[in-house]
Ligand binder design. Structure first.
Ligand SMILES: [Zn+2]
Length: 416
């Protein structure tokens, strides 16, 4: 008998964490943080004692951010791809430096975690009594989905998954045996990629040809590199500037050509871009037409907010948001209300504001295709989506496949 408990990401996007527990084996699938404006939230807690493995599906903080917590007293084995290790290290370091709120560990615990980590590739690893098989997920470089075989039960965790090719990565195509349970993300349907690419390139061209600056706030890991590749692929001929954590992440990712669909694309884009070294470069980038790609993606900190301070008052300029914006973040407020500023002092922004629905997730129809292809008669847990998205997805699965599907709440346990 194996119990799976939802520690986080139940009817919400963020703080993923799932405990898989058999008679003698305990595993954790992801352990992330949900960063909102007011304060971060964490998954349910558990003792690091007796943990046979923590699996980090990919570097994004909502899957990895709080895992160092386990390294204050113990050092349980932790598994992630090598590029995930590098990226997680810089992202969590940044979380520790930039956050104004309390994070219950320090750089030392992060260091211990990184040193305890086992590098994974596609293949099978033994953790306690479990055999865990990883396959690439097509979401960001290093992302994997995990199949846990414990006490004869097969539990599959999608992590964040994309079954469509992007400019940066090849799509996921998981090969799975008969399953007893599938834990699957529940993102909403997205605008087709070609439309997104077209809108991004057209908007950027319009702004720059009108002598303006187009700020593209983007997640440092994944989205920044994808935007660079798209501009390069579409022969964008104007200035491109890269700033913030996006710089380090881009260099790290370009250093792993084996993870990428077309490594030359990103190399060429990097070679023709301006790399910000200091404030003087920033002023220069703001003084001439061009595109600026910078983290953070929801304007909740990082270099993108410094540019936004100037751009918000300039009607020639634009901000192009290129990802899902979590409710309550400055990016989401700007997108919904056209306002920007510190809490309580929001003012109408004068610049143009656009949102392009880029995603590195496959969307509802892609997810449904995965579910329809599942073998066996698995219970399906629909997680890591906004509440309505998880419940709708679970009821569609029930209707269309007859499988037992749930949109679990945090703290619920399921037995297989
Ligand atoms: Zn992700």
């Amino acid at each position: 008998m194996v119990n799976v408990t939802v520690f986080g990401a139940g009817k919400e996007v963020g703080r993923s964490g799932f405990e898989v527990k058999g008679a003698n084996t305990k595993l954790l699938l992801d352990y992330g943080v949900l960063v909102k404006e007011e304060r971060p939230s964490f998954p349910l807690s558990t003792s690091p004692k007796g943990l046979n493995g923590i699996i980090i599906s990919h570097a994004h903080l909502d899957h990895s951010g709080i895992a160092p917590l386990f390294y204050t007293s113990e050092s349980p084995p932790i598994y992630m791809a090598n590029i995930t290790k590098q990226l997680t290290d810089i992202l969590i370091r940044d979380l520790l430096h930039l956050s104004s709120y309390y994070i219950p560990f320090e750089a030392l615990e992060l260091k211990t975690m990184i040193e305890s980590s086992t590098d994974i590739r596609e293949g099978t690893y033994k953790m306690g009594q479990a055999q865990v098989t990883f396959q690439s997920s097509g979401h960001i470089p290093g992302s994997v989905n995990s199949l846990v075989d414990l006490e004869g039960k097969n539990i599959w965790y999608s992590g964040d998954i994309n079954t469509i090719d992007t400019a940066l990565l090849k799509r996921a195509d998981p090969k799975l045996p008969e399953l007893d349970m599938a834990i699957i993300e529940s993102t909403v349907e997205h605008t087709p990629r070609e439309e997104c690419e077209k809108k991004l390139v057209e908007t950027a061209n319009e702004v720059v040809e009108g002598r303006g600056v187009a700020l593209i706030p983007a997640f440092s890991v994944g989205r920044s590199q994808e935007i660079l590749c798209i501009l390069q692929k579409n022969r964008f001929k104007y200035d491109i500037t890269i700033d913030g954590m996006s710089r380090t992440a881009t260099k790290m990712i370009a250093g792993r050509p084996e993870e990428l669909r077309d490594p030359k694309l990103i190399r060429d884009a990097m070679a023709r871009s301006n790399w910000i070294q200091g404030q003087r470069d920033r002023n220069r980038a703001l003084s001439k037409p061009g595109v600026i790609i910078s983290s953070s993606g929801m304007l909740s900190g990082g270099a993108s907010t410094r540019y936004m301070e100037k751009i918000k008052n300039r009607s020639n300029d634009a901000v192009i948001l290129v990802s899902y914006q979590v409710p309550g973040t400055p990016g989401r407020i700007l997108m919904d209300e056209g306002k920007y500023g510190p809490p309580g002092e929001l003012k109408k922004a004068k610049c143009r504001v656009e949102w392009v629905d880029f995603s590195s997730h496959c969307g509802k129809s892609g997810l449904m295709q995965i579910v329809k292809g599942l073998k066996g008669n698995p219970k399906v847990l629909c997680v890591h989506g906004e509440a309505a998205s998880c419940t709708d997805f679970a009821s569609r699965i029930k209707e269309e496949t007859g499988l037992d599907a749930y949109a679990p709440s945090i703290g619920e346990t399921f037995t297989v």
